[in-house]
Design a protein around this ligand. Structure first.
Ligand SMILES: [Zn+2]
Length: 74
């Protein structure tokens, strides 16, 4: 479980392996097609999704495996 390449949850203070990718965009800072990503473990997916959702920033929530299997440059 201490694989250095394992992505870690973005929640503050959390060291759990990430399972989810939250793709988001702040229209005041980013062009519409730009995607920022946060990583989340199972415990923090809902918390982080809500944080982004109330700001209307959240675009997509997918599993890390699905995110990584997506073709880049989409
Ligand atoms: Zn977490």
């Amino acid at each position: 479980m201490s694989d250095e390449t394992t992505p870690i949850c973005s929640a503050k203070g959390c060291r759990a392996p990430a399972v989810w990718v939250l793709a988001w965009n702040n229209p005041k800072l980013h062009t519409p097609e730009r995607r920022k990503t946060w990583l989340a473990c199972d415990d923090h997916r809902e918390h982080l999704s809500r944080f982004l959702g109330v700001r209307d920033f959240l675009k997509d929530v997918v599993t890390l495996a699905e995110w990584e299997s997506r073709p880049s440059g989409e």
